[in-house]
Design a binder for this molecule. Structure first.
Ligand SMILES: NC(=O)c1ccc[n+]([C@@H]2O[C@H](COP(=O)([O-])OP(=O)(O)OC[C@H]3O[C@@H](n4cnc5c(N)ncnc54)[C@H](OP(=O)(O)O)[C@@H]3O)[C@@H](O)[C@H]2O)c1
Length: 253
């Protein structure tokens, strides 16, 4: 029997936003380990350098780093045009950059609304547009958007974040319909409660309450989310598009 090579991503070119974050970092690591040439994107050149050092220490070399602000459409356009000119192709796009600002209704500022919708929604759409053009040139590709269980079920004090993540689901399904004839797949991952910097500020009482709602009784790890991304990036998911894959330990069944 031949070994299954469907997970092999050799020579595939990938771009991962939020690559200095818990989930984006874990996804980048797994893609590189499977042979992909991965560009790491985030806002801070300093944090990107630290991430490259950490990967190199594990014997993993990224393709390049791109520092730009997801809150700035012009910066996104410049970065992605530069990427296209240099590398000419893109096989895998992972939109893992994102922010979460909890606030009760009545306390959500116009500035927070603008920033959250720009970073979580508009930046995802901009990236999908550039990616689709590049992927269409060679007639294949996989786009993976990070949404959240909160975008599906909502959360108290999370009206803004939930709206942004629900929008990501709508954008994912629409793009999947549009791009399927071009053999470009578009899926979303909806993590539950994952231990990263994004959730590190939760007070103990909140953390305990959230964990009580998880069937498996524990938070998830970035690696567990990255395993789902690896599946969606690879040929093993070749007939799967427009789906929202929950990675939440039974928070929602
Ligand atoms: N952790 C969870 O429990 C959880 C659950 C459901 C969904 N998610 C989603 O999963 C994704 C990754 O989250 P995470 O937990 O890995 O969070 P994280 O550790 O806080 O990482 C967030 C990443 O986004 C980048 N980022 C934030 N604002 C940016 C901006 N304006 N421009 C460029 N990059 C920016 C950060 O880069 P810098 O280094 O430049 O700040 C960082 O790399 C997010 O979309 C999040 O909503 C997370």
């Amino acid at each position: 029997m031949h070994p299954d090579t469907s997970f092999n991503l050799s020579e595939r070119v990938a771009l991962v936003t939020g690559a200095t974050g818990g989930i984006g970092g874990a996804i980048a690591r797994k893609l590189i380990a499977q042979g992909a040439r991965v560009a790491l994107a985030s806002r801070s050149a300093e944090r990107l350098s630290a991430q490259v050092e950490a990967l190199r220490a594990e014997g993993l070399a990224p393709l390049t780093t791109l520092a730009y602000d997801l809150d700035d459409p012009d910066a996104i356009a410049a970065a992605l045009k530069g990427f296209a000119n240099t590398y000419k192709r893109l096989d895998i796009l992972v939109n893992a950059g994102g922010i979460m600002q909890d606030a009760p209704l009545g306390m959500i500022s116009a500035e927070a609304i603008d920033r959250t919708l720009q970073v979580n929604v508009a930046a995802t759409i901009h990236h999908m547009q550039y990616a689709a053009r590049l992927m269409a040139r060679h007639g294949s590709g996989s786009i993976i958007n990070l949404t959240s269980i909160i975008g599906v079920v909502g959360g108290a004090n999370q009206t803004l974040y939930a709206a942004s993540k629900a929008a990501v689901i709508g954008a994912t399904k629409s793009a999947a319909r549009e791009l399927a004839p071009k053999h470009i797949r578009v899926n979303a991952i909806a993590p539950g409660f994952i231990d990263t910097a994004m959730t590190a500020h939760y007070k103990d009482v909140v953390r305990t309450r959230v964990i009580a709602g998880i069937g498996m009784g524990r938070p998830g790890t970035p690696d567990e989310v990255a395993n789902a991304a690896l599946f969606l990036a690879s040929d093993l998911s070749g007939y799967i598009t427009g789906q929202v894959l929950g990675v939440d330990g039974g928070m929602q069944v």
